[in-house]
Design a protein around this ligand. Sequence first.
Ligand SMILES: [Zn+2]
Length: 456
Amino acid sequence: MKITFNGAAGVVTGSCHLIETGNTKFLLDCGLFQGSEELEELNGKFTFKPEEIDFVILSHGHLDHCGRLPLLVKRGFKGKIFATSGTIDISRLILLDAAQVQQENIKTENRRRLREGKRPKELLYTTDDVFDTFSHFKECSFYKWYSVGPIKFKFHDAGHILCSEFIEIEIEGKKLIFSGDIGNEGKPLIKDPEEPPKGDIVLIETTYGNRKHKSFKESVEEFKEAILSTFKRNGVVLIPTFALERAQDLLYILKKMYEKRELPPCKVFLDSPLAISITKTFKRHPECLEEKVVKEMRERGLFNFPYLEFTKTVEESKKINYYRGRAIIIAGNGMCTGGRILHHIKHRIWDKNNSIVFVGYQAEGTLGREIVEGKRKVKVFNEIVKVNAKVYTINGFSSHADQPQLLHWLKKASHRETQVILVHGEREVQEAFYGKVKEAGINKVYLPKLYDTLEL
Ligand SMILES: [Zn+2]
């Protein structure tokens, strides 16, 4: 068998691994490169002809795992895309949103590129290509074997986001395990990652292979403290957040605070159409939620409490600017590089009574990172705004396993002869994790680079 890494090798994004065996070719994920311009330039590059790919197995609905599927279809892919029904629901929303954002941004981006003397960018795909992609999705259940030609596969719960999977594959008489992204333990809504069976070949993600998270519980306490101290100043709390998983975790924590009478009267605005749609998706997939959460959902609903308001339209969102009184505004995007959070930052961050609470990773070069690093003045919509609001950074809400959790999972998946392939991580992080894997007595460990082919 041959594996060629068309993404997420030495980098985090662009997850896409081509597997070839006999006459069969298939992909594990087909995700988008994100982050730097150099990486994004790679989005058009595949080492294979899309029409020759027999099928795709998709691990979950994050854009860096599903975001190039419409391009694959646009270029001639005819096969099926296998995933659980929750992953398909989420991928539909995420892909439509991605196509719309690309279509909205391309004109401004190309004007900037022309000014910088660069070639204009082409749209990777349109919403029409996304709709074409939907007809390729094939809904699968967890824990059931499926087969295509000589390949058999089964989905297990990876506990990363709603209905995310790791995949057990039988190929050439061997067992291949693809981790997808492995979840962080102790999150409130979805189940913890399942323990994997033993594999002969294991492809494992390494996003946080070099660090240990704070526990989810401690992070919830920090989060509560940030809100309550802002409310003592009669301020407003801004939370830039990812629409998927993090937003729902936060709503659930706030609802629990309300039920325990820990949350003073206030407004909680969920100001993101994508986050609102995804929140509704949670209700359709009890199979991926903790048992006690399902019970609660059936008895009293998961996210509904009187202070919560969904703001769908632009007009409703703009109205929040004039809201006086205690409020929590949850809006995207998570790193403040676009989206509705920007106008909230512009209107609120100069006021020392307000707070901005970061609950996710802030990549270098983003507005979020500038604020986290203590910049006193930032540029928002071409206007300089002073940062007087209190800035909080809460680290333990991650959806990814940390180093000890990754190692634990990998040890369960390995025997003495297992070949381990480290993917989905920055090179430095992977090298740190590589050392730990060797220390754990696993000897055959590979660190592929982008577009490398491994013959196993
Ligand atoms: Zn992910």
